[in-house]
Design a protein around this ligand. Structure first.
Ligand code: C5P
Length: 238
């Protein structure tokens, strides 16, 4: 039995006012879903936006993709845990030691904050979906197929004690088979049938993403830009 709702609404708004107005327009029956706060909104508003969204009863995936030396990432995670967020992430490219430090910092920060709610999930970005094979081979000098790197990074993340990875819905099944069925896959690139792809290259419907093994679907514009966001959210859930 899942203990989470499997849609995350990406709050890609330039400022707090736009983000909070959007949430005020949403009518959600039952448990509120996760919302994803990324760099744009967080850098614009700082920790206040986290408190405001929490006060409205949403769970938060703070998508800041930390990547630095282990000591710095561990200390930063301790601070983020104090904000009461429910999921945070790092780049798997930072290596196992960095991910272990992130896990330790996050867990310690959560305990220091009085262990509120459930311990936050810590996940890793594997290979950004904007990186294709040519870029990976020619610029990052990593040989082979992108999927091999993705699976290898996901294994490192699991060995470092992380809970899952951000990946394409097309990779979710392979990651579950190679790394573990209980290892979370958080997948962007989702569109309701008929919606514009925008800048995403490969998109999947919520139904196909679920069949492919996605645990959490990150959905932005299909909900946030819909005329009626609440019913778009309901359609995604169905
Ligand atoms: O509007 P849309 O549904 O495309 O939004 C997807 C969200 O997921 C955005 O916040 C985007 O930054 C994020 N994301 C992504 N691809 C990745 C990692 C994150 O689209 N590989």
């Amino acid at each position: 039995m899942r203990d989470y709702n499997d849609i995350m609404i990406a709050l890609d708004f330039p400022g707090g006012e736009e983000a909070l107005n959007f949430l005020d327009r949403m009518e959600i029956k039952g448990e509120k879903p996760f919302v994803k706060v990324g760099m744009e909104l967080f850098y614009a508003c700082g920790p206040d936006i986290i408190r405001e969204i929490k006060a409205r009863g949403y769970r938060i995936f703070l998508d800041l993709k930390l990547h630095d030396i282990p000591n710095t990432v561990g200390s930063a995670m301790r601070v983020l845990a104090g904000l009461g967020v429910d999921m945070v992430n790092v780049h798997a490219a930072g290596g196992r030691k960095m991910m272990e430090a992130a896990r330790k910092g996050l867990d310690e920060g959560w305990v220091q904050a009085g262990a509120p709610g459930k311990k936050p999930y810590l996940i890793a970005v594997t290979m950004l979906t904007s990186i294709d094979k040519d870029t990976m081979n020619g610029q990052l000098l990593i040989p082979g197929e992108v999927e091999e790197t993705v699976v290898s990074y996901a294994r490192n993340a699991r060995e470092a004690g992380l809970d899952g990875v951000v990946c394409s819905p097309m990779e979710a099944g392979t990651i579950h088979r190679s790394v573990g069925e209980d290892f979370l896959t958080v997948t962007p690139g989702i569109r309701l049938p008929g919606d514009s792809k925008g800048d995403q290259k490969r998109v999947t419907t919520p139904g196909d993403a679920r069949k492919g093994g996605s645990d959490f679907m990150v959905i932005g514009r299909s909900i946030t830009r819909a005329e009626d966001p609440s019913s778009a959210y309901e359609r995604c859930l169905r």
